[in-house]
Design a protein around this ligand. Sequence first.
Ligand code: KIV
Length: 269
Amino acid sequence: MSVPPPLTLPGLAARKARGERLVMLTCYDALFARLLEAAGVDILLVGDSLNEVLAGRRSTLSATLDQMIYHAASVRRGVERTPVVVDLPFLSYQVSVEEAIRNAGRVMAETDCHAVKLEGGAAMVPTVAALVARGIPVLGHLGLMPQSVHATGGYRVQGRDGDAATQLLEDALALEAAGASALVLELVPRDLAARVTAALRIPTIGIGAGPGCDGQVLVLHDLLGLTEGFTPKFLRRYAELGPTVRDAVGRFAEDVRTGRYPDEEHSFT
Ligand code: KIV
């Protein structure tokens, strides 16, 4: 199957109108950014999930703006044409619209990335509108919002009851009206995600939101089988690199301990 031409943020709605599905993956460094661009991924997301995946924390809540900027700048150096979206971390955009502009502005200026993503519905509409008005493309994030995990009582499917589903649809429409370029829908029942997708002009990108979204995103390290023991229903692992890494490192350790490495071939005369 052929890979579509490189994407721009303003081109997202056109992709949806043409019925072309979007492929997004998280990425935290230049090395993987190069590989993902070569594989034809449409959008790279420097997710604040890096706080869990790379930094070993229990949630995304302690991710800092400096941490996000460091990783986003690394990812950006690894791509030539793929748009890179950067998560605004917890409390970098919720305190006031002014702080959100300053912090999102830092992300854009210091990383040269293409858009920011933030979590929240109606309460975030003025912030999204203010960022967009200042030339900062924004992706929204609804459904399970990891920065609110303590308010939702865990990582569970959202929008199951009628009121919550109506609220999610209204939030999605409000974010679109405020100028959001796309919406991530996380852990949402498939029928609700399909309904939201049909109601919007901008694309939805699902994670645990079923096949009715305009695109799909996964955490790269989950897809590659590096985050062993993490097995949510929505996840399909496309490789099992955890055992591969353990095996390679184990063989290296064995060779060093037994004197088999380095040998003649790997030594200088
Ligand atoms: O931080 C992240 O990786 C995300 C994805 C799960 C969408 O927001």
